[in-house]
Design a binder for this molecule. Structure first.
Ligand code: HEC
Length: 209
C-alpha cells in the first residue's frame, strides 16, 4: 500500500525540484557572488585575484561548453602577446636558483588583514609535476618532467618554449590547468629564467641518470 503511493510522490517531487534547479548561467552567477562575498574586506591584492580577465572568463565556463576554435585562438594569441622576457635576453639562468624556486611557495603571508611579503615568491612546480627523480613527494596534475633536458635537449628553441610555457602556459594550450605564472605576476622574468634552467640544464638533478 505505502509503496504504491510513495513512488508516484517521489517521481513528482523529483520533477518539481528539477524544474526549479537554476540553469548553468545562473549557477555561474551564484558562484561569482559567493566568491565576491568571501573576499569582502580582504586586502586589495587578494580581491584583485578574484577578478577574472577576459581570457580567464572564457576558460571558466562549464566543461560542457567547449571553446570554439575562434575562442581558443583568442586565448592563445593574447597569451603570446603577454610575453615579457628578462632584460638580459637570457632565457635560461642558474639551475640551482631554479631548484629553490620549484619547490618553494612561501612568498606571502596574510597577517592582521594585510599581505606581507616574507620571502620571494616561489613557483611550486612540484605540486603538479615530478622533476627530480629522487623527490617522491610530488603532484601529478601535470605531466612528469623527469629527464626533460635529457629527452628534449637544450637548444634555443627548447629553452624559449619552456620559458614561454612557464610565463604563460595558455600560449600553447588554451585554458590548461597550469597557472600563468609570469603573466599573473607571481614570478619575474629573471626568476622564470632560473626555473627554466632546472629542467633543461643537463647538470641538474632532473636529468640525473
Ligand atoms: C597547478 C598545476 C601546475 C603547476 C603549479 C605547474 N604546472 Fe606545468 N603543467 C601543468 C599541466 C596541467 C600541464 C599540461 C597542460 C599544458 O601543457 O598546459 C603542464 C605543462 C607543463 C610543461 C609542458 C610539458 C611538455 O612536455 O610540453 C612544462 C615545461 C611545465 N608544465 C613546467 C612547469 C614548471 C617549470 C612549473 C613551475 C614554475 C609548472 N609547470 C607549474 C600543471 C601545472
Amino acid at each position: 500500500m505505502i509503496c504504491k503511493k510513495l513512488l508516484p510522490c517521489i517521481a513528482l517531487g523529483l520533477a518539481a525540484s528539477c524544474a526549479t534547479f537554476p540553469d548553468a548561467p545562473n549557477v555561474a552567477l551564484s558562484a561569482e557572488e559567493m566568491i565576491e562575498a568571501a573576499y569582502a574586506g580582504a586586502p586589495d591584492v587578494l580581491v584583485k585575484r578574484a577578478v577574472q580577465d577576459a581570457d580567464q572568463k572564457l576558460c571558466s565556463r562549464p566543461a560542457s561548453e567547449k571553446l570554439s576554435s575562434e575562442e581558443a585562438e583568442r586565448v592563445t594569441s593574447s597569451a603570446k602577446a603577454s610575453m615579457r622576457y628578462p632584460s638580459s635576453g637570457k632565457l635560461a639562468g642558474d639551475w640551482k636558483a631554479g631548484e629553490q624556486l620549484v619547490s618553494n611557495a612561501a612568498g606571502m603571508r596574510i597577517r592582521d588583514g594585510r599581505i606581507e611579503q616574507v620571502n620571494e615568491n616561489g613557483a611550486l612546480c612540484v605540486n603538479c609535476h615530478a622533476l627530480d627523480p629522487k623527490d617522491l613527494n610530488v603532484g601529478n596534475l601535470g605531466p612528469a618532467l623527469t629527464g626533460y633536458g635529457a629527452q628534449h635537449g637544450n637548444s634555443d628553441a627548447v629553452i624559449k618554449y619552456t620559458y614561454e610555457k612557464i610565463y604563460n602556459a595558455w600560449a600553447y594550450y588554451p585554458c590548461s590547468n597550469m597557472p600563468r605564472l609570469g603573466h599573473n605576476g607571481y614570478l619575474t622574468p629573471e626568476q622564470i629564467a632560473h626555473v627554466v634552467a632546472y629542467p633543461v640544464d643537463l647538470q641538474s638533478p632532473v636529468n640525473r641518470k
